[in-house]
Write a new protein. Structure first.
Length: 197
């Protein structure tokens, strides 16, 4: 009996536990199985990604090198949600370069890096429309973040998305676009008044 129990826990990961696999997001360890490959016995984590209808087998010794990790703890989740409230940091580089950086952050599996992508690519109704590729990256980051929050806080993904959007609304620029437009109109009116006088 103890042998069976030890077979279900490896490197601190156990069956039934949700984990984060950097390039695929949140999955659940279904089992830990043993397979023979090229004459060697190999232990594998069998991870199910239900939303993607995908199963992944990760060799136990490769867990660290692929970056598989446990779900984020409370303080990390709080920091990620706090990151959403910050000012967007958009570099003045070509879109292709920024898109690569965003993609790398999403695939890093780091919740805070993913929250930065969500924050930087978020557009409120008052802001200009996004390009197709911006929207795709935003939705990928939002989905990754929502899945992890959902698993950590034991809420639905829909509730998780609402929580993310509420935090995005608290950011500094959310109401700024309209105020700036209003100021610009007033400045033009003042300029016209001065020219007429």
């Amino acid at each position: 009996m103890s042998a069976k129990k030890s077979a279900q826990v490896r490197l601190g990961f156990k069956t039934g536990e949700h984990i984060v696999y950097p390039s695929h997001g949140v999955g659940r360890i279904v089992t830990i199985e043993e397979q023979e490959v090229a004459g060697f016995k190999l232990e594998l984590f069998v991870i199910s990604f239900e939303k993607d209808k995908m199963t992944l087998r990760v060799p136990v010794p490769k867990v660290a090198s692929v970056g598989m990790r446990k779900l984020s703890e409370g303080p990390v989740v709080a920091k990620a949600l706090d990151t959403l409230k910050g000012r967007a940091r958009v570099k003045r580089t070509m879109w292709s370069r920024r898109a690569q950086e965003y993609e790398a952050k999403i695939n890093s599996g780091d919740l805070i890096a993913i929250s930065e992508v969500v924050r930087d690519l978020y557009r409120s109704d008052a802001q200009p429309e996004q390009s197709y590729s911006e929207r795709q990256l935003y939705e990928a980051a939002l989905d990754r973040m929502a899945r992890e929050l959902s698993a950590v806080q034991n809420i639905t993904e829909t509730e998780s998305v609402k929580l993310i959007e509420q935090n995005l609304q608290k950011g500094p620029r959310r109401g700024v676009a309209k105020a700036d437009e209003g100021d610009a109109v007033d400045a033009d009116a003042d300029l016209e008044a001065e020219e007429a006088a």
